[in-house]
Ligand binder design. Structure first.
Ligand code: PEP
Ligand code: MG
Length: 756
């Protein structure tokens, strides 16, 4: 059954359009279960209506014409109840409705299962038999499993279908937006540019071949190079591998010479695709063919075919490298997973927005996009990445929706919203030099989060009172080895100098989790619960000490540095880190450097520290709450996983209560506490954080003036009473609703949606 499912899902994913995908499903399922009819009904988006989209067994003329509401017929009953209906004799059921055009009266046994995606009923998968009799449990579970597996593939095919439909209609129809998650506020409009990891055959998008001849040469040259590579392998293996094993490489050569690999790819280039897209289709077709084989040996050749595909692609991409890729003026970067280095590849003046299939608001890509002031939409799981390159796209970073090939109406609406947003940002400049204080005179200092040298100017320009979180991993990520002490000192000094005399809180290296260093790979099943942050640097004191020394030396003469320790989960770890910091300080003094011991703080991002905030506060100078991680650990929701993103809510009552406990713990020992996670840049949350008595907030420079506007528009009394109200509520969505209403009441509605 597993292989049946895999084959169907692969075939469906490779289908050209929705109709073809559905036809494959009904044919395959009918064969596999041995029934007389298999049909698929799909629900019209939003409307409670089902349309017969494909059938193997019912009258073909009825496909595309029979519609029924959820309140009608047995198929409607399945959709309405969102669970299987298994009947011995369908015509005898009270909900049976006869559609003469289908010829359905001849069938008795009926089994319908809902196709559900993201909790929504997309449609119904039905099998029928002439004979009377209920379907056995194995068939029911098989059909339920097939429907669950196919839901994603159908949603994907629908999205592709919608695109093709739109293309045919020349944009006359309004495109249906694809849902994702807000990543960074703002609206991006531009041309989709698909990014894919190097030599990733599945990530290759379709793209028109500018010159088919040049594409063919590029492909054939790559095949020749791979041929040489394989021959080299055979020579190196001679004498080491038994001949039966080295026969594998002969098979590679045969495949490379075969007309089905080269010929098919060349044909696809002639049909208009660029070489990597044509190669991807050929490889996918071969993989499918091998995978469908019963012979286990041949089945296993799938990996060889894929390997060969990757090698040819690698060689093609190597040929591309020297050429600088040209980016459209308004580039909206799209990818399965957009990484920091992909962002860095696009000239900043061309980068209009970011759309990623994976990730969510607190992924580091989204944080980086916010630091750069670029709208981002994350977790667009149904986005047909391979089909959107070069299309016009709108990414709404507020609602998390994207529109591909938007109609004129949608475009005009977003042009208006963009203008209003620019006006709003422009208007906010007037409060830049005014204090961040509530209407009744309480100060809530605002600091900037940064990590990019290019972000220094915008941070200063935003009126920040200093840097509340300098993420040192960015300078580590963009190099191909650990930066040395002197190299680091220069980078840190630039930041300290730019902000002095304002304070700069520098965090020690926090890699691991979703932040990988290309030259220090860490493979773990559970990276967020694994070796990250202080755990790595305590295990590698040489890295930690070099960084601390660089920071202290950079601070000479400015004295505006504070140190922040990430991912502390126990007093023991803190003590160890303090020993190393004091040692670095002592050694530098011994070396004659005029260093001072900076203020030291701990990030509260692991729940254990919430319960020991009081104790930890005694040992350090300040606390800073990393709500991005704290929320993920308290609620057990991966901050990068779009599938559970709706559960990730920093306004959860448990998070609010934890934060209050941290404030109380710190204040008991007279130590200040701030919030530097993304929660502080969320206007609704900022009010509650002020109400709790957080001493300061640290936000991305693009959010700073917005948060200042919030602070200056409310009174502390109002913030406290909103907090009291929130603490009476036990559901995050009610708290969010209440806070959004409070923002609207205070004339701050423009901060939670696009437009004024
Ligand atoms: C946090 O966890 O809230 C935080 C600020 O750190 P990072 O997002 O870099 O993990
Ligand atoms: Mg963190």
């Amino acid at each position: 059954m597993f292989s049946l499912l895999r084959t169907i899902v692969q075939e469906v994913n490779a289908a050209r359009n929705l109709d073809q995908a559905l036809e494959i499903i009904v044919r395959r399922v009918k064969e596999a279960i041995g029934v007389d009819v298999c049909s698929i009904y799909l629900s019209d988006n939003g409307a409670r209506e089902l349309l017969l989209m494909a059938s193997d067994g019912l009258n073909p003329e009825s496909v595309g014409t029979v519609t029924l509401s959820w309140e009608e017929g047995l198929v409607g009953l399945v959709a309405e109840r969102a669970e299987p209906v298994n009947l011995e004799n369908a015509p005898a059921h009270r909900r049976f409705r006869y559609f003469p055009e289908t010829g359905e009266e001849r069938y008795h046994a009926f089994l319908g299962v809902p196709i559900i995606h993201h909790r929504k009923v997309l449609g119904v998968l039905v099998v029928q038999r002439h004979a009377e009799g209920r379907f056995d449990e194995d068939t029911v579970t098989l059909l339920v499993t097939i429907a669950a597996q196919l839901a994603g593939a159908i949603a994907h095919a629908e999205a592709v279908g919608a695109l093709d439909g739109l293309q045919e209609q020349n944009g006359r129809m309004d495109s249906r937006p694809l849902p994702g998650l807000p990543g960074a506020a703002g609206v991006a409009m531009g041309t989709a540019v698909v990014m894919h990891p190097f030599a990733d055959i599945d990530g290759i998008p379709d793209r028109p071949a500018e010159s088919p001849d040049a594409e063919k040469t590029r492909f054939l040259d790559a095949v020749l190079l791979v041929r040489d590579d394989v021959k080299g392998m055979i020579e190196r293996m001679e004498g080491t591998l038994p001949s039966a094993d080295s026969a594998l490489f002969d098979a590679y050569l045969m495949m490379l010479d075969s007309d089905s690999l080269t010929g098919d790819t060349l044909e696809r280039i002639d049909a208009g695709n660029w070489a990597p897209g044509a190669l991807r289709d050929t490889i996918t077709e071969h993989v499918r063919a091998f995978d469908a084989m019963e012979d286990v040996y041949l089945k296993e050749r799938v990996e060889d075919v894929r390997d060969l595909g990757r090698r040819i692609l690698y060689r093609m991409e190597q040929q591309d490298k020297p050429k600088e890729r040209k980016y459209p003026k308004e580039t909206v970067l799209i990818g399965e997973e957009i990484t920091a280095s992909m962002l860095a590849e696009v000239p900043p003046e061309c980068l209009a927005g970011v759309v990623s299939v994976r990730g969510s608001r607190t992924s580091h890509t989204a944080i980086l996009a916010r630091a750069m002031g670029i709208p981002a939409v994350m977790g667009v799981r149904d986005l047909p990445v391979g089909k959107v390159d070069g299309r016009t796209i709108i990414a709404d970073g507020y609602s998390g929706r994207i529109y591909i090939n938007p109609s004129e109406t949608v475009t005009l609406e977003y042009i208006r919203l963009q203008r209003e947003e620019a006006e709003l940002s422009e208007g906010l400049l007037s409060i830049r030099d005014l204090p961040s204080e509530t209407t009744d005179g309480f100060r809530v200092p605002l600091y900037a989060n940064t990590g990019l040298v290019s972000d220094i100017r915008p941070s200063i320009h935003s009126g920040a009172e200093g840097v509340g979180l300098y993420r040192t991993e960015f300078p580590f990520m963009i190099r191909d080895r650990f930066p040395g002490e002197e190299e680091q000192r220069q980078v840190y000094r630039q930041v300290l100098e730019a902000f002095q005399p304002r304070p700069v809180v520098m965090r020690t290296l926090d890699v691991g989790g979703d932040k990988a260093l290309p030259y220090f790979p860490i493979q773990e099943d559970n990276p967020f619960l694994g070796w990250r942050g202080i755990r790595i640097t305590l295990d590698h004191p040489e890295i930690f000490l070099a960084q601390i020394r660089a920071m202290m030396k950079a601070n000479i003469g400015y004295n505006n540095l504070a140190l922040l320790l990430p991912m502390i989960s126990s007093v023991g770890e803190l003590d160890e880190a303090l020993v190393l910091i004091h040692r670095a300080h002592r050694e530098l003094l011994e070396e004659g450097e005029q260093v001072i011991l900076p203020a030291i703080g701990v990030m509260v991002e692991v729940p254990s520290v919430v319960f020991q905030a009081d104790r930890i506060a005694q040992s350090v100078d300040f606390l800073s709450v990393g709500t991005n991680d704290l929320t993920q650990y308290l609620l057990a929701v991966d901050r990068n996983n779009g599938r559970v993103a709706e559960l990730y809510e920093s306004l959860h009552p448990a998070v609010l209560k934890a934060l209050i406990q941290v404030v109380e713990g710190a204040h008991r020992h007279g130590k200040p506490v701030s919030v530097c996670g993304e929660m502080a840049g969320d206007p609704a949350a900022a009010i509650l954080l002020a109400g709790m008595g957080m001493d300061s907030l640290s936000v991305s420079s693009s959010s700073l003036l917005r948060i200042k506007w919030v602070v200056r528009s409310i009174s502390m009394q109002q913030a406290r009473s909103l907090l009291d109200e929130a603490l009476q509520m036990d559901r995050p969505e009610l708290i969010r609703e209440r806070m959004n209403a409070a923002l609207e009441e205070n004339g701050l509605g423009g901060l939670v949606r696009a437009g004024k």
